[in-house]
Design a protein around this ligand. Structure first.
Ligand SMILES: *Cc1c(COP(=O)(O)O)cnc(C)c1O
Length: 416
């Protein structure tokens, strides 16, 4: 019996097995055929504390019994009000306005529309967006437009809008990035969007906080709105609550999603400074922010996010993050000397390296082979082409982490 389900980023023609997961706890997924799988990628970067955190699950159940959903245009509810106030309190001072949406991609679309609305309502329309080479910001048309072009969006290229691209700051060539940004900023762009400190889907490419600080400074000097896409980096992933903290910067617009609910329900926010908000505030309805989705600020998702914030308040999350970072480094160090391992690196809880393979790129043979190998050994891992990364939930214990690296070590031996 074949399933009618069409899976994301899945080539159904290859007939690869698609495990059926029945329940999860902490860093473990349990399948219908009785296997216990170690979740080495936090279920695609969303599960921060661990699966089925009791505080978050209880909040969801409680909210579900009270209010399921309500139109958010012109109406409000307590979970959203509480969450917005808490987010403003925990992010840097100038970010005081919170716009809700439901995925990382939509939080980016919202950010881009805020920037264009800011310029249009200021009577100085601008539309060109600046981006960094190798970026990923999501899979909707606008989010794809500001992301790297490749096989995964070639079919849609005719619909993608043009952007200005600054090179990724390869070590030793950072000045080229800064010079390019400066040159682009002189052309009066509408905004610069960037993933702080690490480009995720673009290959776990890490750059320094100092560079992020300098890029922010250049944008400020030219009054180009700075959009930080912390959809992946937020919520402790890079060692701090926000990656921007490490550079001591505050963006004009900040996108958060993935770990916002601890990875339990879809929800996103785009935070903005007063300048962005005030450009839309007026007695003229034609200047309002024209964006909504049906489930904007869904009360159950907001309750899950409030519970996530309670976990951050009540549990030693940053200590856990630091501890996981140290344990990741120790495991990575042991693998780093293997002849097939190149460029072993880590930031916060994320460890990555490249597998030396003849071909490179997203469709590299290493990715599906390693994914299948890990699946057979009860580890959920999903490399980006030749780039292997381990990004587990913060609760993962030593045994499960060791298991991930043992399976990776085995694979490297078979691949020799
Ligand atoms: C995952 C991701 C997105 C897209 O988020 P979705 O919830 O999958 O739409 C956007 N930006 C970054 C940096 C991401 O890692």
């Amino acid at each position: 019996m074949t399933s009618p389900v069409w899976h994301p980023f899945t080539q159904h023609g290859l007939g690869e097995p698609i495990p059926l997961v029945t329940h999860a706890q902490g860093a473990a997924l349990h399948t219908a055929d009785g296997r216990r799988i170690v979740d080495a990628i936090s279920s695609w970067w969303v599960t921060t504390h661990g699966h089925n955190h009791p505080t978050i699950m209880a909040a969801i159940a409680e909210q579900a019994a009270r209010l399921d959903q309500i139109i958010f245009a012109g109406w409000t509810h307590e979970p959203a009000e509480t969450l917005a106030r808490a987010l403003v309190a925990m992010t840097p001072a100038p970010l005081v306005h919170v716009f809700f949406s439901d995925s990382g991609s939509t939080s980016v679309e919202v950010a881009l529309k805020m920037a264009l609305g800011f310029w249009a309502n200021s009577g100085r329309p601008r539309d060109r967006i600046l981006v960094m080479e190798h970026s990923y910001h999501g899979d909707t048309i606008g989010a794809m437009s500001v992301g790297a072009r490749g096989v995964f969006n070639r079919a849609y290229a005719p619909l993608l809008f043009d952007v200005g691209t600054v090179p990724f700051p390869e070590p030793g060539r950072e000045q080229e990035t800064l010079d390019a940004l400066e040159a682009h900023c002189r052309q009066a762009p509408a905004a610069f969007i960037v993933e702080p400190l690490i480009l995720g889907a673009g290959g776990m490419r890490i750059y320094t906080p100092a560079l992020l600080t300098e890029m922010r400074t250049i944008c400020a000097r030219h009054e180009v709105p700075f959009i930080a896409d912390e959809v992946m980096t937020g919520w402790g992933r890079t060692g701090t609550l926000l990656a921007c903290e490490q550079a001591g910067i505050v963006p004009d617009i900040l996108c958060l999603s993935k770990g916002l609910t601890g990875g339990s329900l879809p929800l996103a926010v785009t935070l903005a400074t007063p300048a962005i908000f005030e450009a839309h505030r007026s007695e003229d309805r034609a200047r309002m922010f024209f964006h909504s989705s049906s489930y904007t600020a869904n009360p159950i998702a907001c309750a899950a996010a409030n519970a996530n914030l309670a976990v951050w308040r009540d549990e030693p999350v940053l200590e856990r993050v630091a501890d996981l970072g140290g344990r990741q480094q120790a495991q990575l160090d042991r693998l780093a000397d293997h002849p097939a391992v190149r460029n072993a690196r880590r930031i916060g809880t994320i460890a990555a390296f490249e597998i030396d393979a003849a071909s490179t790129g997203y469709l590299s043979a290493a990715a599906p082979r390693l994914t299948a190998f890990c699946r057979e050994k009860d580890v959920l891992l999903r490399p980006l082409g030749d780039t292997v990364y381990v990004m587990p939930p913060y609760c993962i214990d030593d045994d499960d982490l060791a298991k991930i690296y043992a399976v990776l070590g085995e694979y490297l031996e078979t691949a020799r």
